[in-house]
Design a binder for this molecule. Structure first.
Ligand code: ADP
Ligand code: MG
Length: 683
């Protein structure tokens, strides 16, 4: 790849005009990265037509309208007798029909009022609310009439998170694609063709352009699969090369038996079997490459820890890689006391560690004193050195690319690799996706766990649900209440979550709220309060998907609103937030009015089974064309363009193309760089 292009793809989004550090970190949360490259891999989900309507009665409630309106008067909002009232701008359309424009969040009120002076016409674009008189809440666009053409007639809608508007996405996209041709000068034609396909997908002319079978999507999916399959081939070859070059370690079991003695429980049969499989691998002459699959709560961490302790006992180090800071800290909090008991030095290393503290940690790793280190991608930063890295454990492995795994592996001398995953993958796909790994399955929950009782319920029966929660909460139950932001950072979604929170607060005073616009510290503090053993918080309303793996053993109820908008695997994972202790747990899937027959049938899969593999299989079949919430977090692999159900033929094509390549061409190496998000792979 040419240097200019490489540098451009690696540019931090904060340096793009109109972005800055705050938005860049929001992008980081949504895209899973904050560089130009990460943005390019994030594609619009659908397009929205914003045709101009002159008269509000011609528009269908629920649709997005773009309409010229004359501002008649302002009515300030505020809190009146305990009720929050929005600020209202009363407007008329050309036919004299009244249209209300409402703002709930009063922070930027002056700004909005200035944009809508009384007596002036403005072109306004936003969703026309259903029911009641014509109302637009938080319009997406407000333009003076002479700038009405700034409102796009076709708008690509990106899956987003809180605090990021579609306008920000469009701005970043436009700047990237304006700068791109310059950076692509003299690049080879294949790479140019790749970026051309990307451009088509980022500037769709119709929803067809975004369908799995559009020519651009097919091309991108093939390239993505080729990059992935090539990485697998390389990893398999290097593992075979490692035969005979492997460090033989002494077999000792003393610390291990002390560890087992210190455990407050017995391993389940599935856990013991998995530990045995791992120990057999550790004794072989080629490095271990094992994936442990098991539902949330099946107890993968202990299994991994047993392997780490065995490593430590033979003098080698283990790095445990977690996808987020929070998860890394949580693992550390659990593992540290156990290590202390048996005298193994354990540490944590994330992006938060800076300065002296970080340096000290690095010294301890380099000297070999630290035997187990838990952390995020900080674990494979350039300046991190290990004395003898024997084992790499990757938690929630689908959140990482093959190359990231390889980058960490390169820190040791052919270390063993153990990947953990809570997302069962359908057997039909497992070979192509994890072609280079052996698989252990933990299909047994720790003794005493009761299956989670799952029911589906229409949102129209909310009152009934609240009445049923009352005695449970009084008896001390803790409830997760998930209010997802649906697709966009729609202000009205946020409003809905706040309204639900307000409503719940009135009934259950000890209710907390976490959302993505809060700063991380504040959010973590609330999460920690909810998770504390003697927590006084009954209900936690969360607008973001609760982090995979967060452990709140006392939570016994989870309510998921708009359940129909989630993928099945994502729902199954969310449901796994409860049922972690020995008490009976419940999952209530609240569905909206718009749900159809198919939607109800999808939810039935969850009420009928608890088997992650069966659910995964159904997810694949029933996924449908729409982008579902949570698919990124719960996918088997973070493919960006590949559709598991619709691109099955491409899997085989890409796999055989990769196998036939004795070493990857420059283009394939570039593709590997791009799809593995810039983590290099040594071929
Ligand atoms: P996973 O990572 O698979 O979601 P964890 O390893 O976090 O699961 O384990 C979930 C909970 O179950 C933890 O609190 C852990 O201490 C507990 N646990 C693990 N194994 C057992 C067991 N065999 N018996 C009882 N509790 C267990
Ligand atoms: Mg886990």
């Amino acid at each position: 790849m040419k240097h200019e292009l490489f540098e451009f793809l690696n540019t931090d989004l904060q340096f793009i005009k109109g972005v800055g550090p705050v938005l860049a970190s929001r992008f980081d949360e949504v895209l899973g990265g904050r560089r130009v490259l990460d943005f390019l891999l994030h594609r619009p989900a659908y397009i929205r037509a914003r045709g101009v309507t002159e008269c509000v009665t011609d528009a269908t409630p629920g649709d997005v309208v773009t309409i010229p309106l004359l501002v008649m008067s302002h009515r300030a909002g505020g809190v009146f007798r305990g009720h929050r009232r929005p600020t209202q701008i009363v407007c008329n359309d050309r036919m004299g029909n009244t249209v209300m424009v409402q703002f709930f969040n009063v922070n930027f009120l002056d700004y909005w009022l200035q944009k809508l002076p009384v007596g002036q016409w403005r072109m306004i674009s936003g969703k026309l609310e259903r029911g009641g008189r014509p109302t637009i809440n938080h319009p997406d666009f407000i333009e003076e009439m002479q700038h009405a053409d700034k409102i796009p007639s076709i708008q690509a809608i990106y899956p987003s998170g809180e605090g990021l508007t579609q306008k920000t996405f469009a701005n970043v996209r436009d700047q990237i694609f304006t700068a791109l041709p310059e950076r692509l000068r003299d690049s080879d034609t294949d790479i140019c063709e790749f970026f051309d396909a990307l451009r088509h997908v980022h500037y769709p002319e119709s929803n067809d352009d975004l369908m799995a079978n559009s020519p651009y999507m097919v091309k991108l999916a093939y390239w993505e699969l080729l990059a992935h399959q090539m990485a697998i081939v390389i990893s398999r070859r290097s593992r075979a090369d490692a035969r005979n070059r492997r460090v033989v370690r002494p077999k000792k079991y003393e610390l291990l038996s002390r560890f087992y003695d210190a455990l407050p429980f017995e391993l389940t049969g599935a856990q013991s079997r998995t530990v045995n499989e791992i120990f057999t691998d550790l004794g072989r002459d080629i490095p271990m490459m094992r994936l442990v699959q098991g539902d949330v709560g099946s107890g993968k961490t202990i299994v991994a820890l047993a392997a780490a302790i065995k490593m430590a006992e033979s003098g080698a180090q283990t790095a445990l890689l977690a996808p987020t800071d929070t998860l890394a800290q949580q693992h550390y909090a659990k593992i540290k006391p156990m290590c202390d008991k048996i005298g193994i030095v354990c540490d944590v290393l994330t992006g938060r560690d800076k300065g002296v503290c970080r340096r000290e940690k690095l010294v301890s790793l380099r000297s070999g004193r630290t035997k187990i280190v838990v952390g995020t991608h900080a674990l494979f930063s350039d300046d991190v050195e290990y004395k003898d890295l024997g084992l790499v454990i990757i938690d929630e492995q689908h959140r990482f690319g093959v190359s990231q795994r390889e980058a960490l592996r390169a820190k040791g001398n052919n270390p063993d690799i153990l990947a953990l995953s809570a997302t069962p993958i359908p057997r039909t796909l497992s070979m192509t996706i994890y072609g280079d790994m052996d698989v252990s399955i933990i299909n047994e929950k720790p003794a005493g766990r009761l299956p989670i009782k799952t029911t589906k319920l229409s949102i129209t029966r909310l009152d009934e649900l609240l009445a049923r929660l009352r005695p449970q909460v009084d008896a001390g139950a803790q409830v997760f209440w998930v209010c997802p932001l649906v697709m966009e950072s729609d202000a009205s979604d946020m409003t809905a979550a706040h309204a639900r929170y307000d409503q719940l607060c009135k009934i259950f005073p000890n209710t907390g709220l976490v959302h993505g616009q809060m700063d991380k510290k504040q959010r973590d503090a609330i999460m920690a309060r909810f998770a504390a053993p003697d927590s006084d918080m009954h209900i936690l309303v969360a607008t973001t998907v609760i982090e995979v793996g967060i452990d709140v053993p006392h939570a016994t109820i989870i309510v998921i609103e708009n359940a129909e908008r989630f993928g099945l695997a994502a729902l199954h994972q969310l449901r796994g937030r409860v049922g972690r202790g020995n008490m009976q747990s419940y999952c209530i899937l609240l569905y909206g009015r718009g749900i159809g027959e198919d939607g109800l049938r999808r939810l039935d899969v969850l009420t009928e089974t608890d088997d992650g593999f069966a659910i995964a299989e159904q997810d694949l079949i029933m996924r449908g064309t729409g982008e579902l919430l949570g698919t990124r977090q719960s996918g088997w692999i973070n493919y960006h363009f590949v559709d598991y159900a619709r691109h099955r033929d491409l899997f085989k094509l890409a796999a055989s193309a990769a196998r036939d390549m004795s070493s990857p061409s420059q283009t394939v190496r570039d593709l590997m760089f791009i799809f593995n998000r810039g983590v290099g792979i040594s071929a």
